[in-house]
Design a protein around this ligand. Structure first.
Ligand code: F6P
Length: 365
């Protein structure tokens, strides 16, 4: 590894937390220490560069964190320095505070930054790279919706959590001959729903990529009933949409944050009960999917990403993002991973989708 004269590298985690973040922090920090560099932790994403809430990391800080969920650096998915929410009288308005970030970055003597985050954080990172900051991105999200990488860390753990829940729900659904509707996360994509639904033996899987018809969902449940299967498990992604319907949101978009999705499961359970007459229950898995110990897959991927990101810093390859293209971890231009219309959705030609259909799993279409 060609070590340049760089000596002080900042690390931050932004957006929703996800299992595996600490594995990235640990690997990046240890790789930096190995190069003889200072590694600084920035608290709460880009907010830490506004407040100068930073600390020099030592070996002690990153010891024993590999298996921990969350992030030792803290995070936020509410505040974008380019559209920062500020109070003006009674209203909350947007202000551009990006120049303050750049000033503080320089004042802190940071030579480079590793930004670990989802689409929002990486888009912000790309804009700061455009303002001259030396940045390498690391893609994270349970949603797996970042393009240019085959998978993000956190996704595998979330899928495992959801699959485990489906296993548990099977026994109670079967005992009571009920329909159980399970709402999972994933924002505007159906990766978690599809992977956990197939792994957990769901009967119906509803994803944003395939608008669904409630009547078709009920047909699948009735067909099972006729075949002597008196219970059904329906997995619905929080971003799934009924034909001619709209995404169900708990909170609309606000200054500095995306709309909060959720509620489709509850709505669907009422519709299923109304049309089929079957007793139906719904539950929202929610943030359970974001917590807990990362799986070994996510620890390994996080470790590979963290070390690779620090290597890119050493090689002076900035405005890039580490990405998994099995069997390799590569650098891709940051711009390839961010921006509207770049979200990685479940391809309709996916073999997983096809296999599920071939086995009779309903998609409500
Ligand atoms: O992007 C990760 C994610 O967990 C989404 O799946 C979900 O829609 C969102 O974040 C929830 O955000 P919050 O933690 O703000 O409720």
């Amino acid at each position: 590894m060609a070590s340049r004269r760089l000596s002080r590298v900042g690390l931050l985690t932004g957006g929703g937390d996800c299992p595996g973040l600490n594995a990235v922090i640990r690997a990046a920090a240890r790789t930096g220490f190995h190069l003889g560099w200072e590694v600084w932790g920035i608290e709460d994403g880009f907010d830490g560069l506004l407040t100068r809430d930073v600390r020099r990391l030592t070996g002690r800080d990153v010891r024993g964190i590999l298996q921990l969920g969350g992030t030792i650096l803290g995070t936020t998915n509410r505040r974008n320095p380019f559209h920062y929410p500020v109070r003006k009288g009674k209203a909350i308005v947007e202000a551009d505070r990006s120049d303050e970030v750049v000033r503080n970055f320089k004042a802190l003597g940071l030579d480079a930054l590793i930004a670990i985050g989802g689409d929002g954080t990486l888009a912000i990172a790309d804009r700061f790279a455009g303002k001259g900051m030396k940045i390498v991105g690391v893609p994270k999200t349970i949603d797996n919706d970042i393009p240019a990488t085959v998978v993000t860390f956190g996704f595998d753990t979330a899928v495992n959590t959801a699959t485990d829940a489906l296993d548990k729900l099977h026994t109670t659904a079967e005992s009571h001959k009920r329909v159980m509707v399970v709402e999972v996360m994933g924002r505007y994509t159906g990766w978690i729903a599809l992977h956990s639904g197939v792994s957990g033996g769901a009967d119906v899987i509803l994803i944003p990529e395939i608008p669904f018809d409630v009547h078709k969902v009920c047909d699948t449940i009735r067909a099972r009933e006729r075949a002597g299967r008196e219970f059904s498990i329906v997995v619905v992604a929080e971003g799934a949409v009924a034909h001619h319907g709209r995404q169900v949101v708990r909170e609309p978009k606000e200054v500095g944050r995306e709309p909060r999705l959720g509620g489709i499961g509850e709505w669907l359970a009422v519709e299923i009960a109304r049309h089929t007459g079957k007793e139906t229950r719904s539950l929202v898995l929610g943030h359970l999917q974001r917590g807990g110990q990362p799986t070994s897959f996510d620890r390994l991927l996080g470790t590979r990403f963290g070390a690779a990101a620090m290597r890119l810093v050493a090689e002076g390859r900035f405005r890039t993002m580490v990405a998994l293209h099995p069997p390799r971890v590569l650098a891709v231009p940051l711009a390839k991973a961010v921006g509207h219309g770049r979200m990685k959705k479940v391809p309709l030609g996916s073999d997983i989708l096809q296999s599920a259909r071939d086995m009779g799993i309903g998609f409500g279409d």
